[in-house]
Design a protein around this ligand. Structure first.
Ligand code: KG4
Ligand code: ZN
Length: 353
């Protein structure tokens, strides 16, 4: 079954063509990073306008790269939430129009669940029951999955900032470009964890909190001279790489320890790492090492599939269609599929809020 996936929930306009839920025939991503960069974060109105400009060329390119015409698409999948309302509506409106014009089924998917679907795009495929650590710019959650696709049982979540948000905010404090996650990852590789920032919420719960860590970095930055990005280290300054490594190590250590103890608690030995922060080199390395030590298997999607893309949307769409998801939109339905800015994982099934 050929699925055309469409993703416009935040600042990437993406379309992908995926065969049978696992063979990625094309995956096109148009990033808006340059447009939002000067503002230090995503500007919702600007995101909607950029999606409007980019969506048709992105969909066309995805079809060209897959070597297929629209008439060869069997079904469509689109992100319905969570995300920026105006941004979501661009993808959803196009997906509805295409489904109506082609008389094909359209399935709306949860963006956070789609991040987990990325792990099912390439072998080795995860084996439920599993624990998934979902870490992105908007989410940090530990969930349990009995089957795929299936209900997400929420076991832990962040009480304040999401992990990616913490990377981006700390990056801003250090004068790094948005989004700072990948930049901190790169800089930290040549630094050392010497600053002993706090490891928050190591209280035995599976919830997270990153605001205290962010404040600790802020206090350090306010009271010390830090090397400026792109400049040589001066006398009396702390190296930027060491600040990045110290922050990253604290954040990663908490994510890894909680994930492993959650899996132990749940008596589950399969772990999936998903979401944009899953691209972090140190997080992948430490989680793999600790999973192996505990006799568990870690599956993390390849880097390009961790950050926002539409292949993960098409993959989840395929699995939902295969498992007989009720369609709110498509032939024979009432076309009631709507965008939802907030979808609570763990309370949301595949097709309801
Ligand atoms: O999943 P994603 O692409 O979009 C959301 O759904 O939020 O995640 C984006 C987040 C950003 O906060 C970005 O800084 C972070 O993922 N990120 C990283 C890395 N690559 C992306 N954080 C740490 N290390 C990375 N290599
Ligand atoms: Zn995402």
């Amino acid at each position: 079954m050929i699925i055309l996936g469409i993703e416009t929930s935040c600042d990437e306009t993406a379309a992908a063509v995926v065969a049978d839920g696992s063979q990625v025939l094309s995956s096109v991503i148009s990033s808006q990073v340059e447009a939002h960069g000067p503002y230090g974060g995503v500007v919702p109105e600007l995101a909607s306008r950029q999606h409007l400009e980019n969506i048709l060329p992105v969909v066309e390119l995805a079809l060209v790269e897959a070597g297929l015409g629209l008439d060869q698409v069997d079904a469509l999948a689109v992100t319905r939430g969570p995300g920026l309302m105006g941004a979501l509506l661009v993808g959803l409106s196009l997906a509805k129009a295409l489904a109506l014009g082609l008389n094909k089924p359209l399935v709306g998917v949860d963006h956070v669940q789609a991040h987990v679907a990325a792990a099912f795009l390439e072998p080795p495929y995860p084996q439920p029951p599993l624990i998934a650590l979902i870490v992105s710019g908007g989410h940090t959650s530990l969930v349990r999955l009995e089957a795929w696709p299936g209900e997400f049982q929420l076991l832990g979540r962040t009480l304040d900032d999401a992990a990616g948000e913490a990377f981006d905010k700390v990056g801003k404090l250090l004068g790094l470009a948005y989004p700072a996650g990948p930049v901190i990852d790169r800089l930290a590789a040549s630094g050392t964890d010497i600053l002993n920032f706090p490891r928050p919420m190591m209280d035995g719960s599976f919830n997270f909190s990153f605001s205290g860590l962010k404040t600790a970095v802020l206090n350090y930055v306010k009271t010390h001279r830090i090397q400026e990005p792109g400049r040589d280290l001066e006398e009396g300054q702390t190296s930027l790489a060491d600040v990045c490594a110290s922050f990253q190590e604290a954040a990663v250590e908490v994510l890894v320890k909680k994930t492993i103890s959650c899996a132990k608690d749940q008596k589950v030995d399969n772990i999936v790492l998903a979401g944009g922060v899953a691209a972090n080199g140190r997080l992948r390395q430490l989680l793999k090492q600790e999973a192996e030590r505990a006799g568990m298997e870690l599956i993390a999607p390849s880097l390009a599939l961790c950050t926002d893309n539409a292949a993960m949307v098409a993959s989840l769409g395929f699995h939902l269609l295969e498992s007989g998801a009720k369609l709110e939109t498509g032939p024979g339905s009432d076309w009631g599929l709507d965008a939802v800015s907030r979808l609570n994982i763990g309370q949301a099934g595949p097709n309801h809020e």
